[in-house]
Design a protein around this ligand. Sequence first.
Ligand code: HGY
Ligand code: MN
Ligand code: MN
Length: 418
Amino acid sequence: MRPEEGDGSSVAPGFHTMWSELRPVGRHPGTGGYRRFAWSGADAECRAWFAEQARRRGLVHEVDRNGNQWAWLGNPAAGDAVVTGSHLDSVPDGGAFDGPLGVVSAFAALDELRARGVRFAKPLGIVNFGDEEGARFGLACVGSRLSAGRLTAEEAHRLTDADGVTLPRAMEAAGYDPDAIGADPERLGRIGAFVELHVEQGRALDLTGDRVGVASAIWPHGRWRFDFRGEANHAGTTRLADRRDPMLPYAETVLAARRNARLAGAVATFGKISVEPNGVNAVPSLVRGWLDSRAADRAALDTVVTGIEQAAHEYAEAHGIRLDVVRESFTPVVEFDHALRDEIARILGGAATGLRVPVLGTGAGHDAGILSGTVPTAMLFVRNPTGVSHSPAEYAAEDDCVAGVTALADVLEGLACR
Ligand code: HGY
Ligand code: MN
Ligand code: MN
């Protein structure tokens, strides 16, 4: 049944129930944004919600060595499992859909398949990957990177949040064993296909008028920390000529980042900054700025970031400031599995009608991207009418969400059922 066909009447109630239960968890009353950070209390509530959904459906719930949650129908040891899901954590004051839409839709799609009376020929898994946003420790997709062997336990143990709490201490405080983390090839080896449904973080589907699309690729992207070190001093008594103010080269670098990105057709954002001592009446001693940059290909991204770094060093030198640049996170370009992508487009397009399904690239990173080198992966996008994401204003219409569930159910039926 194609998303345009299904009226979703059997999907909507269950979707709505889950959405209503999850919606208040970690939501800030003042901003309406979500603060579901790795190993926090809100994260624990999200995990409890996931376990409860699995229990209600008679699924086998397990938490792997890296804290990722799995809910199984059938025995995953049989192999060639079809897995769907996403993440439940958020960026600071993020929206309701980025991540949770994929997890809620996964359970709702299973409910729909059971309502259709399908017979599963393969194990079906639903996953919640931990710490996808990297909001607390600065590295994106920690849960899936660890499992895929793209982050070592030693590297993960060095991750520290803004309060100096290390990832191991945070895991322990949440009741998890940080010494168990590491690659999990056996678990990933059981997966024949991973399909992540996600709210679109852009307006491509809104512009084409489609409810659901299929992902083609993820732009290469990364995060770099720029440390501008100057000299603390009195804001009221220090002559301008006598200052070594790190805020100046930082400000010039922000403008250079925008210029370089625009010229390369890329994106660059300084969205996070920390200032020491951070006093209104004090010239800072240290300004730390985090750059997020992404481009359609690696060469363009390297050009943009190299250009920004060179400009930053020139500005720093001109102001007598020391600059250190550290790459904190990097994800190479992801080309999703072509055979799986095309199979999904065929399932959703309806071979009989040849109805096309939009295939679109994205600049947003996802767990599906991290797994793509290890497991055949694909993504479905659900229309986001404004394209806004990583904001409390993020939104998707319920009938588009229901169409997404119907599409996911069609795909899972095509991949996992007789
Ligand atoms: O940053 C990203 O693209 C994703 O939301 N983690
Ligand atoms: Mn996100
Ligand atoms: Mn996401």
